[in-house]
Design a protein. Structure first.
Length: 331
């Protein structure tokens, strides 16, 4: 039944995307702030407690509601609950408008506007970027956003749903990623609000949670792209990126569409007095300088290749889930 839940959630998200400022995300932000304020005492074991409350708490609540609906109401209600959770946790429309606006600006030859949009999206200084570097950064940010907002959610949802855990996997993945970003954002506003121990715990936990989805995404990109080049780049060049999981995804992307990725990272344009509002789509994970992968210099045409790569990967996911669902029904 995972196939139908994902299909309905994706269709619903395309027809009526979740608003940027909505009560659900506001509630999760308040929950993450409450967990850090009440359980973060500056030591590693306190950090794990705060992380467990902030991340595992919502995941277990989603699981409890799923089982209650399945037992007392029936499987249609349980599927509806999964659709609702997926609608909140995944979706292209949570970041794709940034990508589209920058691509349109580049197609129109308005590089200054493209720089402004990139800086607004990622809260970085893009004022001196040449055209090819604008494209390169847009590709990297967009691919990682697609992984975190779509493919990672789908991977954890499908894996745990197969064992009867309903939508708990989707909540686990999104909350693990969200609290890592949010607590880093809070520490920039006021270093005393979130301890270094809690930040370290959240980063380590996120690396574990994202390990399997990152490799599933990389494999999907290889299958729907240039397979041999993607696998070769994954094997030999993923270590060029500071973050292991991001490196796997970006290296596979580089080989799949033959584009050079990696290089100098953009400087943060973060300023506490103009960044009081936190948005899940506007504050990225920090990036560090890395070595470039082989491939052609990034060009605007590569943006269309990335769109095709992502959508073909979504189709691949859905086909595999459809086949598994059919096999389960027949069996």
């Amino acid at each position: 039944m995972s196939f139908f839940a994902i299909l309905f959630a994706l269709l619903l998200e395309q027809v009526r995307p979740l608003a940027r400022h909505n009560p659900i995300h506001n509630a999760l932000r308040t929950w993450a702030r409450w967990a850090s304020r009440n359980f973060d005492a500056g030591r590693p074991h306190h950090g794990w407690i705060a992380w467990g409350v902030a991340v595992l708490g919502p995941a277990l609540a989603a699981l409890a509601i799923h089982w209650a609906l399945l037992i007392w109401v029936g499987w249609p209600a349980a599927i509806a609950w999964s659709v609702a959770v997926l609608y909140v946790t995944l979706g292209f429309r949570q970041f794709s408008h940034h990508f589209t606006a920058i691509r349109d600006a580049l197609d129109a030859g308005d590089e200054d506007r493209a720089r402004e949009l990139l800086a607004e999206w990622q809260q970085v200084d893009a004022s001196e970027l040449p055209r090819r570097e604008i494209v390169r950064h847009v590709i990297e940010y967009s691919v990682l956003a697609a992984h975190r907002h779509v493919f990672g959610v789908l991977a954890w949802f499908a894996v745990l749903a197969a064992f009867g855990f309903g939508p708990a996997g989707a909540v686990l993945y999104r909350m693990a990623e969200y609290v890592t970003r949010y607590w880093r954002h809070r520490s920039r506003l006021n270093p005393q609000t979130v301890s270094e121990a809690l930040q370290s715990v959240s980063v380590r936990a996120w690396a574990v949670v994202d390990w399997l989805p990152a490799r599933i995404t990389a494999l999907a990109f290889a299958v729907v792209g240039s397979f041999e080049e993607a696998i070769d780049c994954w094997r030999h060049h993923s270590q060029r990126f500071p973050n292991d999981n991001d490196g796997v995804v970006l290296a596979a992307t580089s080989g799949a569409v033959n584009v050079r990725l990696g290089g100098e990272a953009l400087r943060s344009a973060f300023a506490p007095n103009n960044s009081q509002a936190f948005s899940a789509a506007s504050v990225a994970m920090p990036q560090e300088a890395s070595e470039s992968t082989p491939g052609r210099e990034a060009e605007p045409g590569h943006l269309r290749s990335i769109v095709g790569l992502v959508w073909r990967s979504v189709v691949l996911y859905m086909v595999l889930l459809a086949l598994l669902t059919l096999a389960n029904l027949i069996g």
